[in-house]
Design a protein around this ligand. Structure first.
Ligand code: G3H
Length: 255
């Protein structure tokens, strides 16, 4: 560990890439748990990376959260992406409006001068209501766009923090944690080995769809998130990880 402490960020990025079969690993100096400006940098880095891999006609699916909210903010106003489509990866997950995937999709499309479609599905509907909503033609169209996304850009959160922020009941939270959940992404909860232990009722991208997606870009930083990032990287390979130094150094420490 002392070796990692002395080594530079590109060395650390290479080690993470090897350890988790990542497609790419980009590391911002600092720790977003201690310094909010690092999260802004993460957003800018993710925006630049996204631009570098965008192709004409692409569908981009995005998730919500405070980190993802920095991605459109870090994107300059561009033209030439009129045939790109931005969609939320999943329906409502109980986030505040400014942190919802719908909001971030619309903002990102605004920066790119791209198209967008939103998904209006309330959280945690009963099975019957869900069934009838997903069969609405307008909703079906958006869901099929999401399922054929070329690029997904998403956040990763700690399981307990995300379960609370999204207003899951104490009983459900207890159950999720009992099942060993340490991470959350897209409304799915993962244990430390990257196994899915709980799924929030919502619609849109299923984690099974990830393997058909050209680029899966995870953006998450802060040393406290290292166990959650590790769990997701175990679940999905190859991921493009955009993180910060705090999380990256911790990622190499955890066995
Ligand atoms: O799914 C993960 C969360 O959206 C991460 O949220 O970026 O606010 O920590 P955060």
């Amino acid at each position: 560990n002392f070796v990692y402490f002395l080594r530079g960020l590109s060395f650390i990025a290479e080690r993470i890439k090897e350890k988790f079969d990542c497609e790419d690993v980009l590391i911002i100096p600092g720790d977003s748990d201690r310094d909010e400006t690092v999260k802004k940098q993460l957003g800018r880095e993710a925006a630049a990376y996204l631009r570098s891999c965008l192709k004409s006609g692409d569908v981009i699916a995005v998730t919500g959260g405070t980190t993802m909210a920095q991605v459109p903010k870090g994107m300059p106003h561009l033209t030439g992406y009129e045939d790109v489509m931005v969609v939320p990866a999943r329906g409502g997950l109980g986030e505040r409006v400014e942190l919802q995937a719908n909001t971030i999709a619309a903002e990102l499309a605004g920066r790119l001068g791209a198209q967008y479609r939103l998904l209006y599905v309330p959280d945690n509907l009963g099975p019957e209501a869900m069934e009838s909503i997903v069969n609405e033609p307008g909703i079906r169209e958006v869901i099929s766009l999401i399922r054929r996304a070329d690029i997904v850009v998403h956040g990763i959160g700690g399981a307990e923090e995300m379960a609370r922020r999204r207003g899951l009941s104490e009983d459900v939270i207890r159950q999720i944690l009992k099942n060993g959940a340490v991470a959350e992404a897209f409304g799915f909860y993962f244990d430390r080995e990257g196994r899915i232990v709980y799924t929030t009722t919502s619609v849109g991208l299923s984690v099974k769809d990830l393997k058909n997606i050209r680029k899966v870009i995870a953006i998450a930083g802060g040393s406290g998130k290292a166990p959650a990032i590790r769990a997701f990287l175990k679940y999905h390979r190859p991921t493009v990880l955009i993180t910060d130094e705090g999380a990256a150094r911790k990622l190499l420490e955890i066995e």
